[in-house]
Design a protein around this ligand. Sequence first.
Ligand code: H2U
Ligand code: ZN
Length: 345
Amino acid sequence: MSPTFRVEDHPHRRYNPLRGEWVLVSPHRNKRPWQGAKESLSTQKRPAHDPHCYLCPDNVRAGGQQNPPYKDTFVFTNDFSALLSDTPTASSETSVDSLFRIAPVRGECRVICFSPRHDLTLPEMEVEAIEKVVALWQDQYNELSARYAWVQIFENKGEVMGCSNPHLHGQIWASDFLPNEVQAEETQQRLFFQKHGKNLLEEVVRREMEAQERIVEENDDWLVIVPFWAVWPFETLLLPKRPGIRHLHHLRLEEHRTLAQILKRSLTRYDRLFEVSFPYSMGWHGAPSSEKEAEHWTLHAHFYPPLLRSATVKKFMVGYEMLAESQRDLTAEQAAARLRSLSID
Ligand code: H2U
Ligand code: ZN
């Protein structure tokens, strides 16, 4: 008799309904040895204020401007913006050439300092201070979404993620177009709504609370899960429990506090996992600015951390991933169980 298929032991593919893609899961490979690259970690203790840091209060940035003596958060226009608000308008024909197409773009890039302290990370901040970051995200979203089709709020943390400065900060890139990732989520959520008459991520929240298999953290308003279709080993998805939250503008004041609380808890879990300040890229996705109803959308934040098995061994998205499809060893359920089992209180 042939052995029965078990998700925790046997290779399988899982479907990511948010992007319309499959991921290959190979749990039987968990024990393979590793003699490859190890990341070097900077474990240096940082001062509360660094006179050479371009993000600390009062310091001069690379562009020559001086930062104010800010006390909580601080926003400035990126001195090396990837998008510009005054790009000359071209004729609307973006594809004069049907093969080599070009589309002119306009936008704005900002840097957001989460704290005047040079030595802190988000989970090390007080909940009240994290709440101010949440309020800043919301204010920035409100301001920029009035002018731009898409407002991408994100944070790169750690040198492995290409973060250029250890001073706690995020970025905002607002653009007059929908970037690829967002376009995929827009299409997929719309298709799901048309087909099932349900909001995809509200359905995910309902199913995850029922299953209790992939939840990492939960409070009255928020849920952090390792998504069923996770690609990165310890990838998480932060979702609101209240239905109808389409974008950051819809958050109520009391949801700022609970969001700050769950961020602190789930990011502290990350730090405990390999006893290292956990690198990641995170960012917010919600309905595009122009969509007034957007019944198919749910606000959410993705956390994509690269580490795989220790503070120094990261997951490489190479070979098969680049040429065929994403692959992971550890299952989403195993990753969630590991994160949940860490003691953080
Ligand atoms: P990271 O989040 O990847 O570290 O990027 C920081 C941004 O800060 C980067 O986009 C900007 C860079 O252009 N920056 C300034 O705007 N002014 C400076 O003085 C240095 C860096
Ligand atoms: Zn600094």
